[in-house]
Design a protein around this ligand. Sequence first.
Ligand code: NOJ
Length: 595
Amino acid sequence: MRKRLSYLLTVLLMCCVLANSSYAQTQAVTNNNRKWWKEAVVYQIYPRSFKDSNNDGIGDLKGIISKLDYIKSLGVDVIWLNPMYGSPNADNGYDISDYRSVMKEFGTMDDFDALLKGLHERGIKLVLDLVVNHTSDEHEWFKQSRSSRTNPYRDYYHWWPAEKGKPPFRPGAFEVDGSGWRYDSLTNAYYLHYFSYKQPDLNWENPKVRQEVYSLMRFWLDKGVDGFRMDVIPFIAKDINFPVITKKDLDENYNGGWDQYMASGPHLHDYLKEVNAQVLSKYNVMSVAEGAGVTAATAHKFVDADRHELNMLYHFEGVNLGYIPNRFKKMDPHGYSLIKFKQIYSKWDSIFEYKGWGTIYLGNHDQPRMVTRWGNDVPEYRELSSKMLTTFLMTMRATPYYYFGDELGMSNIKFDKIEDYRDIESINMYKQVKNNGGDLNEFIEAQKISARDNSRTPFQWNSSENAGFTTGTPWIKVNPNYISINVEAEEKDSNSVLNYFKRIVKLRKSDLAFVYGRYDLIDKANPDVYAYTRTLNHDKYLVLLNFHQHISITNIGFNVKGSKQMINNYSDGSLIINGKQVTLKPYQAAVLKIQ
Ligand code: NOJ
């Protein structure tokens, strides 16, 4: 009897262990759980800077069409296109004046249709940017709304009548005075704008607004687009009583930051459920939230499949690492801690281990160039560290969002003067520092690392004038390093960053272990090396990444000898393995299959 009991207990224990380990993971890879958007590599295109077809200095849709074969050659599955709708461009298209048209500079609706067709013919999906927290102040809804207090569109936006006094502070991210309210004398009232005054916030509490949004989503989905990246979507829902928020309240309930307060509107998840029920669920499409203000504690609410809201979100915890708190995007001069970096990405992996699904990115149009910020852009290490970072992105358990130009190892342009900047954020923050008597040199130096324009410079196609982007005057300067860093040169060089990118995309797609496999961090306390395994059934891969410019040693904890090398960013394929220990050269990256 005793023996039987102990046998049963052992079986029970084994079941628990297995449920929490690789067996649970293999269970996750069922036809039901497999999704195309989990297995995809997303490539983001900033249309303004990709390719100019009519030489007005601004990239356009025909330009993208002319480069479809290049896009196909990358092996990516989904294109995320930044906003290409009618816009006066206060914030480069994130201020939409007409949701159902194409921005004049970018072309026509026929061009859009041809682009979608061309992508689909090549087996590539297209995801659009959905910007519905705010419109442009030049949108017809806002023009109507501001015209009188009784206009039917008045409640499409948030208004605060001036006779109630000044509204309680809300931040306006791109405003020189930092205020998110703007006084409009026409109706003696303030309107809310979380970004610039040219971007008034829509009132999602109004069911008519929500129906307008669903209708415009259907407009694009009916054309055949494959989903949406949802701009600052957690901001859509607000406490429309606009209570006074004290610093104490922010500190105690929102980690001291407005972003979490702004993202915490009481009806947010009712709205996302409605978006899903009325629109998304009717199509085979993907949705990804720009997860501004989303934390580990709130992430599941957005993406757990049984909640029927969205598919994925991208968090900011990773990209916010390394800045000095309360100093506008100023890097800590000591750089960032790899230990913290590993903690953050391991934490976000574990958040979605059994439910939901993650994303992974290091660059986009709001971030500086990945290699400058997270690697090392000096000539000696730019290529190696670009490849190393790409190896990280392509081997994590999350959908990679890869920013155009990073596949070439493009780096920050580092403007020395404010006149070179085009971004509303840099220009207005410069004015803010100036008005506050701050240190403008310090600001410009910090911007060389962190400014958004660093990643918005034109794509580098070849070594002809303006990198082959345009024969006109480019809307923003081209990085002078285009002479050597460009597609034409890199296509010819089998060891280029570009060819490495293509190889590692293939590797990711060669085994579902890279998508769904369990992630285990190794040598956690190592300050220089990021090492982990990815395991699915009997397949196990070891990923080794040296994040520093010196030789680093990592202790793996199991014998690595005899394993098969799948990729190595050193062209001679060298890797020093000594039993359980591996010695990595500066910025070395390698993926091994454990036999
Ligand atoms: C997030 C976008 O990514 C960014 O570029 C934009 O400035 C803000 N949202 C406002 O729309």
